[in-house]
Design a protein around this ligand. Structure first.
Ligand code: PAF
Length: 288
C-alpha cells in the first residue's frame, strides 16, 4: 500500500485561521470533521465524505474533557496521535487541528452552550452534562474554523440533532451533514469503545443492532412503538446485556416519543437504544 503523504498538524486557533484564510482566499470550500481520535472506519467515512464534498478537509483531534462525566473513561480514552494522523492522511484530509486543552478552554473560560430539551433526554439523561460538553466544544471548533460544511456520524444520532439545533440557534452558516453508520459484518456499529468488550461480550454485542432493526421493522409493519420497544428491551436482556438504559422509538427530528410511524415533525421515526454489556455501554440507532 502506498505511504500516505505527511499531513500538516496545527495546534493553535491562530495557525488554523491562517491556513484556512489562505484556502478561502483561493476559493476552496472547507469541510470540518471533528473527532476525539481513537479512529476507526466510521471516522474515516466522515473524512472521505468531506473530501468528496469539499475542496479542503480539516480533521480535528481533541479529547474533550467537558463531555466526560465523573467515573467515565476520559483518562483511558484511546490516544495515539501518530496513528490517527496517518489514517486521516490516507482518507484524504488536508490538515489536522490538534489543540491542547488550553487552546479550547483558556484559563478563566466559563461560557457554555447547552441545548435544553434535545440535550436533556436519552443520552443527556443518562450522562448529565454530556451534550453541554459536546455543544460547547463543537461551537468552539465551528467558531475557530468557520467551515462551509461539517460532518458527523449518524451512529451518535442524538448528538447529530443537538449539533444541528445548536448551529441553527447560534446562526453558524455551516451545513451539517450526517454520515451513515459504519458496521462490522455482523452488524455491530463501529465505536472506539468496542475495544473494551471481552471476547464473550463481543459475541453478544451484535444483538443490539439485530434488536433495534427488528423493532424498526415491526413498527413499520404497524406494531405499536411502545410495545415493540418493550419487547426489544426484553430481547436484549435475554441476549446477555446487563441493563438497557433506553430502547425507544422517537421522532427523528425532535426525538419526542412517537405514538406511531410518523412523529410530530412529520419525520419518520427512529429507534434509539443504549445498553450495557459488562462495563461497556453501547449505543445504536436505526431509521424506521
Ligand atoms: O463524536 C465525537 O467524537 C465527539 O462527541 C465530538 C463531536 C468530536 C465532540 O467532541
Amino acid at each position: 500500500m502506498a505511504e500516505a503523504p505527511a499531513l500538516e498538524i496545527v495546534r493553535t486557533a491562530g495557525q488554523l485561521r491562517l491556513r484556512l484564510d489562505g484556502w478561502r482566499r483561493d476559493g476552496h470550500a472547507i469541510g470540518l470533521v471533528p473527532t476525539m481520535g481513537g479512529l476507526h472506519e466510521g471516522h474515516l467515512a466522515l473524512v472521505r465524505r468531506s473530501a468528496e464534498a469539499t475542496a479542503r478537509t480539516v480533521a480535528t483531534l481533541f479529547v474533550n474533557p467537558k463531555q466526560f462525566g465523573p467515573g467515565e473513561d476520559f483518562e483511558t480514552y484511546p490516544r495515539d496521535e501518530e496513528r490517527d494522523v496517518r489514517l486521516f492522511a490516507g482518507a484524504g484530509a488536508h490538515l489536522v487541528y490538534a489543540p491542547g486543552v488550553e487552546e479550547i478552554y483558556p484559563p478563566g473560560a466559563v461560557t457554555q452552550v447547552s441545548v435544553p430539551g434535545l440535550g436533556d433526554m436519552l443520552e443527556g439523561q443518562c450522562r448529565p452534562g454530556f451534550f453541554t460538553g459536546v455543544a460547547t466544544v463543537v461551537a468552539k471548533l465551528f467558531a475557530q474554523a468557520m467551515p462551509d460544511r461539517a460532518f458527523f456520524g449518524e451512529k451518535d444520532f442524538q448528538q447529530l440533532q443537538v449539533i444541528r439545533r445548536m448551529a441553527a440557534d447560534l446562526n453558524f452558516p455551516i451545513a451539517i451533514e450526517g454520515v451513515p453508520t459504519v458496521r462490522q459484518d455482523d452488524g455491530l456499529a463501529l465505536s472506539s469503545r468496542n475495544a473494551y468488550l471481552s471476547k464473550d461480550e463481543r459475541k453478544i454485542a451484535p444483538a443490539l443492532y439485530g434488536t433495534i432493526r427488528a423493532v424498526a421493522e415491526r413498527v413499520a409493519a404497524g406494531g405499536g412503538p411502545a410495545e415493540e420497544a418493550a419487547r426489544g428491551e426484553r430481547r436484549l436482556l435475554e441476549a446477555g446485556f446487563a441493563a438497557v438504559d433506553y430502547l425507544t422509538v422517537r421522532d427523528a427530528l425532535t426525538l419526542q416519543p412517537v405514538p406511531e410511524l410518523f412523529g410530530d415533525s412529520g419525520a419518520p421515526a427512529r429507534v434509539l437504544a443504549a445498553a450495557r454489556l459488562g462495563d461497556t455501554r453501547l449505543i445504536d440507532n436505526v431509521a424506521v
